[in-house]
Design a binder for this molecule. Structure first.
Ligand code: BTX
Length: 324
């Protein structure tokens, strides 16, 4: 991290409070002229810096960048994001995270990319990941839970994301079992939970999160234009990706800890409170069959309970759900 980066962090943390050139010079052990030069560099990076007469400098506007030092500045977590790998571009943050996990990356490591060229969904479907307009990130967790519990982390992550979106934008999204976050029937977020396990259990969970943040309609691939939406399209305003990432990590840490300590019970209630699926007539497409019925609820294990017309209750572990 360069002095310029440290300076940006220092000023971002000071918020509205101007910090004097003299004070910055002392803190960083450089001259005031050097500080002034770093300010110019920050301006070239897209920061708008105000110099308040006799008081000092303050950041008026920061670029919507997800570089590690920016995401870490003001991050309110203990574990999640203690290491952040930021990439301007990669095929998929899932691939990078799997690699890092294999190399021993610690619990809480986060991989973020500004652009994914081969973002992926479930069953190797494509995930449209436009440059600079969304949050494309993968989180490595190393929870001490048996492998069959892994799918529950998708539900936990969904609750965390809905809460974070609500906190930053005021928007109320809903969750479609198991992994979509919707506005109306348009998708704003996808979650992909993958597993590295061996005979001893889970080695690593890789939770991939894709959030459409600032896309306009024409920014989406033709294939998803009609079915996708972004937070900007829903709120009519640009949304700060950095703050949203920080809030997602904060809620994800709170809820995964809650899950590990107390089990799925309390999260099931939160999840159901945001659900777009429960109580609705749905069609569940699975690899071998398609079932239609009423989605009555989810079990303590996160399994969807579907009642078909013949009165039978089916436990659905994995499917694509269509609301009818
Ligand atoms: P999914 O299989 O539930 O959804 C994939 C489907 O969603 C696609 O077939 C397409 O119809 C639609 N779709 C694709 N892109 C978008 C988009 N940007 N917005 C709305 N709908 C879209 C969902 O899988 C899981 C997606 C996880 C993405 C994250 S991004 C970070 C990480 N890296 C990576 O490669 N994947 C994850």
């Amino acid at each position: 991290i360069t002095v310029t980066h440290k300076l940006a962090t220092r000023l971002l943390e000071a918020g509205d409070q101007p910090v004097s050139g003299q004070q910055l010079a002392e803190e960083f052990g450089v001259s005031r002229t050097a500080i002034w030069k770093h300010m110019k560099e920050l301006e070239e990076m897209g920061y708008e810096i105000e110099s308040v007469r006799k008081k000092g400098y303050r950041i008026q506007k920061s670029p919507d960048s997800l570089e590690a030092f920016l995401v870490q500045s003001g991050l309110k977590t203990k574990r999640l994001g203690s290491r952040i790998e930021y990439l301007e571009q990669c095929a998929s943050t899932q691939i990078v995270a799997h690699q890092l996990a294999q190399e021993g990356a610690l619990d809480g490591t986060v991989v973020i990319a500004d652009l994914q060229t081969e973002g992926r969904g479930r069953l190797m479907r494509k995930w449209d990941s436009a440059k600079g307009q969304g949050i494309w990130m993968s989180i490595i967790l190393r929870p001490d839970v048996p492998p069959h519990k892994a799918p529950q982390f998708t539900l936990v992550a969904a609750v965390a994301i809905v809460r974070a979106i609500q906190s930053i934008t005021g928007l109320e999204a809903s969750i479609k079992w198991p992994n979509d976050i919707l506005f109306g029937n348009k998708k704003a977020t996808g979650i992909l939970t993958e597993l590295q396990s061996d005979a001893d259990g889970i080695q690593a969970l890789i939770i991939g999160i894709g959030v459409n943040v600032n896309q306009e309609r024409e920014d989406f691939d033709a294939a998803v234009k009609e079915i996708a939406t972004s937070l900007r399209l829903e709120s009519g305003q640009a949304v700060n990706r950095r703050k949203l990432v920080q809030e997602i990590l904060r809620y994800l840490e709170i809820y995964t800890e809650m899950y590990i300590e107390l089990g799925f019970g309390p999260l099931k209630e939160l999840w159901e409170g945001h659900s777009a699926t429960i109580g609705k007539a749905v069609r569940a497409r699975m690899t071998r069959e398609t079932l239609e019925g009423i989605a009555e609820g989810i079990t303590e294990d996160g399994v969807l309970q579907l009642r078909t017309a013949d009165g039978k209750l089916h436990g659905i572990y994995s499917a694509d759900i269509e609301l009818k």
